[in-house]
Design a protein. Structure first.
Length: 254
């Protein structure tokens, strides 16, 4: 009796195995081949199989495509994110006062960051990490009402991302936050949503202080603003319209 049961289970298992193999072969090879001949070439779902379209898990496919798009955006715009730190100059040593992020605004070295990264002290130096090294920077202008500051480094041919008015975004739209990681000297990424507007609030809950001055991008790879991390690590959003290129270009000649 036991042998008959075992034999029966083996037969059932073999049937399932052969069926699975046949199903995979049919889906991957037979159906795409047959769908190219009349009259099967007029059947819509066979056409979709021929072109590799996922029918059952379409939602999952859309998420995968979106994740791939986000990865491409991050790779494309990462060169525009820099590290920025201020150093207090004393007689005996140099003390790092603040560490944060910045965004390349022009190809010839203008950097935009959060104003609170730059202490209002006379004896400080500013350094920007770009192209694998720290470079000295000069403060060009503060815009305290807009909570941003502009610094300049002696560097050309820098990558600059495009800009877009945040008013063109919609509630629930996915956005990407990029800042500078001081541990590995690379960008650090967070993905969130537009929670409300106006004013713009983001779904990012808490971020390290080094994300201050980091840039927020939409899924078109355009900058829509910067962030400033507050003392309680909450996020304050600074819209891109507060640092339009015309004002920055005017300050370069001063």
């Amino acid at each position: 009796m036991a042998k008959k049961i075992i034999l029966f289970l083996v037969k059932v298992g073999m049937i399932f195995l052969i069926g699975a193999v046949g199903g995979i072969w049919g889906e991957q090879y037979l159906l795409p081949y047959l769908s190219s001949y009349y009259p099967l070439d007029h059947i819509s779902w066979l056409k979709k199989i021929d072109f590799g379209t996922t029918i059952i898990n379409q939602t999952k496919k859309e998420f995968i495509v979106q994740d791939q798009a986000i990865s491409e955006i991050i790779n494309n715009v990462s060169p525009s994110i820099v590290g920025l730190r201020t150093i207090e100059l004393t007689k005996n040593r140099q003390n790092i006062l603040t560490e944060g992020s910045g965004l390349v605004s022009t190809s010839d070295g203008l950097i935009i960051t959060s104003n609170n990264l730059l202490p209002n002290l006379k004896k400080i130096s500013i350094e920007v990490f770009v192209n694998g090294k720290w470079m000295p920077a000069n403060l060009i202008k503060r815009l305290p009402n807009e909570q941003i500051a502009v610094v300049k480094i002696d560097q050309d041919d820098l990558f600059t991302p495009g800009w877009e008015d945040v008013n063109q975004t919609i509630i629930g739209e996915k956005v990407i936050l990029l800042g500078f990681n001081y541990e590995n000297k690379k960008v650090v990424v967070d993905v969130g949503l537009i929670k409300s507007q106006p004013p713009i609030t983001l779904s990012f809950k808490q971020e390290p202080g080094t994300m201050t001055g980091g840039a927020v991008f939409n899924l078109s790879g355009k900058v829509i603003g910067l962030i400033s991390v507050q003392a309680d690590k909450t996020i304050q959003f600074i819209p891109a319209r507060y640092f339009n290129e015309n004002d920055i270009q005017q300050d370069k000649s001063e």
